[in-house]
Design a protein around this ligand. Structure first.
Ligand code: NAP
Ligand code: G3H
Length: 489
């Protein structure tokens, strides 16, 4: 077991710089409290611009040696980090549960899934060494040319993670970036920073060389623009809201970027779907972690002929869901990350009621605990038809034809994922091919995993592709060395 005591002093969490946990000179501390009961969890530091500069220049310097390190050396460190995470899974899951109000079971599985992710990344990177191309494969080209294409790291990857998966979505940037030979400057979400810093300690304790992984804490609204526009950023890997993503893209300049942003994933239900199974998938897809998943089912588009039955089944499934505090056994819906988020969700609920949606269940709230809410007969003039709630509210929109479902789905500003439920494989493929999203799931809820599948959003849902191999490729570039043979002796 690793001793985590160096990371903090009197509940003040430090930042990792050049292999050491350091305290900021800013004297500006941000309190982190548990969203479910307001209990104090610790303080993180708002780093100064000078400290950010130091973290970048240290990373830049370290890149010169790390980029030339052996893949097997990098992989060994990642395997050790994965083991440390796994050995401390219960401890870290408890912190995660408190910090982001995620039910304990999901928190624990996030930590374990992340260890698996890191291991797979270590092995996958070994297979991605590049390729050799021959000139004679191209019409009219010389036989005496050969291109050796290697993959080169980009440099300093600025990784910024959101609150909802502070362990998994941090590691899903850091591990592929490191395996590709980059160094990482990591900015955790403010709410979620403590959990994320434990992940960083796992990498440090595993032997990551000094300066290869540095952290910067502080509010994105204060330090974010400075980080994004810093001269030493070679690549930005960001996960968060579409609004912040758009802002980052507008100020970043010519820096390569990956963005994983918001979504409004539709579950499209056709007449011949297995409605019992569909209802189960919809409920777990929409309400797990209180709907605070980018890939949550955020609207149902159902053919009128089966809408009554589906609404009834979804409502029956929903009644089985347990609402409570994150450590309660079997709980699914817990308090949201903060009151502001609960206010936003309540605003969507109020708007739907005002405009005549049929409330089947819910519209109950205690502070930031929003009870699961289901609406039927939602119409397209309602905000809930289009906006991402990031909370436990689900609209059912009835459609007359499959074409109408596709049209409504595609009219969204988002394009992360969709699900289609039908027992007709031809229809399933036809709908899947018509949807403007990164991924379509047939007969299952929308979801990110398994983590080696490509994961991407189109339109306001993002740019670039993640997924283990895709992430390594996105955070590296090809370099060609062309060998010209002299065929005459
Ligand atoms: P957010 O408010 O956009 O914050 C995301 C991260 O950006 C945080 O670390 C935040 O720091 C930082 N940040 C804020 N302003 C910044 C700026 N000007 N420059 C640089 N960084 C800045 O998102 P969130 O509320 O944490 O997460 C929820 C959203 O993320 C939802 O919309 C969800 O759909 C999306 N998401 C998408 C995916 C995906 O894979 N597509 C996955 C997970 C979440 P602070 O915490 O300090 O404010
Ligand atoms: O919030 C976005 C996460 O990437 C969702 O992951 O679908 O595995 O819960 P998940």
């Amino acid at each position: 077991m690793v001793k985590f005591e160096e990371m903090q002093n009197n509940d003040v969490y430090k930042n990792l710089l050049n292999g050491k946990w350091i305290e900021s000179n800013s004297n500006k501390l941000i309190e982190v409290k548990a969203p479910h009961d307001g209990s104090f969890l610790g303080k993180i530091q708002a780093m100064t611009k000078e400290e950010v500069d130091e973290a970048f220049s240290n990373a830049k310097e370290t890149f010169k040696t790390w980029k030339n390190s052996n893949l097997s050396e990098r992989a060994d460190i990642l395997h050790k980090a994965a083991k440390i995470l796994e050995d401390n899974a219960k401890f870290i899951a408890e912190i995660l549960t408190k910090e982001v109000s995620k039910d304990y079971k999901s928190s624990y599985s996030e930590v374990v899934r992340t260890a698996d992710f890191i291991r797979y990344t270590a092995e996958e990177a070994k297979r991605l060494r590049g390729e050799t191309l021959y000139g004679d494969a191209f019409e009219g080209s010389a036989k005496n040319k050969m291109s050796i294409v290697t993959r080169e790291p980009l440099g300093v990857v600025l990784s910024i993670a959101p609150f909802n998966y502070p362990i998994n979505l941090s590691a899903s940037k850091i591990a592929p970036a490191l395996m590709a030979g980059n160094v990482v400057l990591f900015k955790p979400p403010t709410q979620g920073a403590i959990s994320a810093l434990y992940l960083i300690e796992a990498f440090r304790a595993a032997g990551i060389p000094n300066g290869v992984l540095n952290t910067v804490t502080g509010r994105g609204s204060e330090i974010g623009d400075y980080l994004i526009t810093h001269k030493d950023v070679d690549m930005i890997n960001f996960t968060g809201s579409s609004d912040v993503g758009r802002h980052i893209a507008s100020i970043a300049g010519m820096v390569p970027m990956i963005m994983e942003l918001g979504g409004k994933d539709a579950a499209i239900v056709l007449e011949d779907a297995d409605l019992e199974d569909t209802a189960k998938n919809i409920v777990s897809g929409a309400f797990s972690y209180s709907g605070q998943r980018c890939t949550a089912v955020k609207r149902v588009l159902v053919l009128e002929s089966v809408a009554d039955r589906l609404a009834q089944l979804v409502s029956e499934e929903l009644k089985k869901i347990k609402v409570g505090m994150p450590f309660d056994e079997g709980v699914t819906v817990t308090p949201l990350i903060d009151n502001k988020s609960a206010d936003f969700v309540q605003g969507l609920i109020d708007d739907a009621i005002e405009k005549g949606a049929k409330l089947i269940i819910g519209n109950k709230r205690e502070a930031n605990l929003v009870y699961p809410t289901l609406f039927d007969n939602v119409t397209l003039d309602m905000r809930i038809a289009w906006e991402e709630p990031f909370g436990p509210v689900l609209p059912i929109i009835r459609v007359k034809t499959v074409e109408e479902a596709i049209e409504i789905s595609n009219n969204s500003e988002y394009g992360l994922q969709s699900a289609v439920f039908t027992n007709n494989i031809d229809k399933a493929f036809s709908v899947a091919q018509s949807l403007e999203v990164g991924t379509v799931h047939i007969n299952n809820k929308t979801q990110r995993g398994p983590d080696h599948f490509p994961f991407l959003g189109v339109k306001s849902s993002g740019m670039g592709t993640q997924g283990i191999r895709y992430s390594i490729e996105a955070m590296s570039r090809p370099k060609a060395i062309v060998v010209n043979f002299n065929t005459k002796f």
